[in-house]
Write a protein that binds this ligand. Structure first.
Ligand SMILES: Nc1ncnc2c1ncn2[C@@H]1O[C@H](COP(=O)(O)OP(=O)(O)OP(=O)(O)O)[C@@H](O)[C@H]1O
Ligand SMILES: [Mg+2]
Length: 389
């Protein structure tokens, strides 16, 4: 089968975007893998049930010249729940183009999507599936260079073998990547913005309409704007000056700031208070935060404390970026990424005051769009490049 995908390789989650029945759809899993010393025992669930829950139970064998360690892996949520040694992207700067993890998570999701499609079409399990894929993805502007982009393109291009373990059965998915385009995350965010429905400006318009009647009301009004993008992720926050859709060379930086750092602090506070395993991951904390029990409440209290401090540091970094990176010369600061949701209550008001004092405006991307800007942008780019019809 032929596929066109956009992929966001995030520290927190890997997300693939594709078109189905005319709509853009997303599949995501936590960016966590666990290498397995031996093939795990098969479960005795029925095939229907396994396929239904495939993304949350990814158990794969990967063989690819692009990765350092071929073998069996749990990927995503399954890896997170596993008791063994887990690898996540380690809140690192500059590792997305070289690390094994982005390829392993991306290829596993692609294989699972192909298998689901094939199964749902034919209602039987094929022994092998061939996928011809064209994809676009992005690395942070602070990591981006022509060379690092090309390295990642070269690693994605070519043939990768992913075997999915489906109970007793094995399905071999051969993924041939014919074209891979690697760009930078600021560009993809702006492409996604310009390609969005105008309701992406809902918060912006509601926030400013009473003070300024002449504010832009459509995304296309921003197509030549000079903007500073603040993408608050899990492990890194990116600050990028963008003219139209083009990041300005040299005017970007990545900082080790984000939800993951607040989570790390919350985890160490949690460790001081109750007994938890040394292997407790940031992603596990995310699960705890959703729980409606005493532990969930404690986690939420500690996370609140940690979040406040991280938000202050991010605010200072935005102010510094506005002054130094953007030479105080942009009309808008765009704020997005998962951290724009987490830190909004602690960040928005002060940032708006700073903006008002300095005569520029804040475009806070609504929650609905905040975490998918990069995957939507990469998918849009993939279509611009590969589907020229
Ligand atoms: N409603 C939400 N949906 C998704 N993530 C959220 C939400 N609210 C807060 N978050 C947090 O945002 C973070 C994910 O942000 P994002 O998806 O931008 O990160 P990423 O792209 O995976 O990481 P990075 O940009 O650092 O590589 C997670 O830590 C998550 O806990
Ligand atoms: Mg991101």
């Amino acid at each position: 089968m032929e596929k066109v995908f956009g992929i966001d390789i995030g520290n927190a989650k890997t997300e693939i975007a594709y078109r189905e029945n005319g709509e853009i759809e997303f599949v995501r899993q936590p960016s966590v893998i666990s290498h397995l010393p031996r093939t795990p025992e098969s479960t005795d669930m029925g095939t229907d049930q396994i396929i239904e829950n495939l993304y949350d139970n990814l158990t794969v064998h990967i063989s690819s010249p692009a990765i350092k360690r071929n073998g069996d892996y749990y990927v995503g949520k399954k890896a997170m729940q596993h008791d063994g040694i887990k690898t996540n992207m380690m809140i690192s700067l500059g590792g997305k183009s070289t690390h094994d993890l982005p390829l392993i998570t991306s290829l596993s999701l692609v294989a699972a999507k192909a298998l689901k499609d094939s199964y749902n079409k034919g209602e039987s399990l094929e022994k092998s599936i061939d996928v011809n894929l064209k994809l676009a993805t992005a690395i942070p502007s602070s990591e981006y260079s022509k060379q690092s982009a090309k390295n990642l393109e070269d690693r994605f291009n070519g043939k990768h073998l992913v075997t999915l373990y489906i109970g007793e059965e094995h399905v071999l998915v051969t993924i041939k990547i014919e074209h891979c385009k690697v760009t930078e995350e600021g560009r993809t965010a702006m492409l996604a913005f310009l390609d969005s429905e105008n309701d992406i400006l809902k918060d912006f318009i509601n926030g400013y309409k009473d003070k300024d009647k002449s504010i832009p009301r459509e995304t296309k009004d921003f197509k030549n704007a000079r903007t500073l993008h603040v993408d608050i992720g899990d492990g890194t926050s990116e600050f990028v000056v963008i003219e139209g859709v083009n990041p300005v060379q040299g005017l970007s930086k990545g900082k080790r700031l984000g939800v993951g750092h607040a989570s790390d602090l919350a985890i160490s506070l949690l460790k001081d208070q109750i007994n938890i395993s040394d292997k407790f991951t940031r992603q596990q904390l995310q699960e705890w935060l959703k729980r409606k029990n005493e532990k969930g409440q404690l986690a939420r209290d500690l996370m609140k404390e940690a979040t406040f401090g991280q938000a202050q540091t991010i605010l200072e970094e935005i102010q510094l970026s506005y002054q130094e990176l953007a030479s105080s010369d942009v009309d808008y600061i765009f704020v997005h990424g998962g951290g724009s949701i987490t830190f909004r209550p602690d960040l928005e008001e002060e940032l708006k005051i700073f903006a008002e004092n300095n005569r520029f405006k804040i475009v806070w991307i609504p929650k609905k769009y905040a975490t998918t800007m990069n995957s939507r942008g990469t998918f849009h780019l993939a279509n611009l490049i590969f589907n020229k019809n």
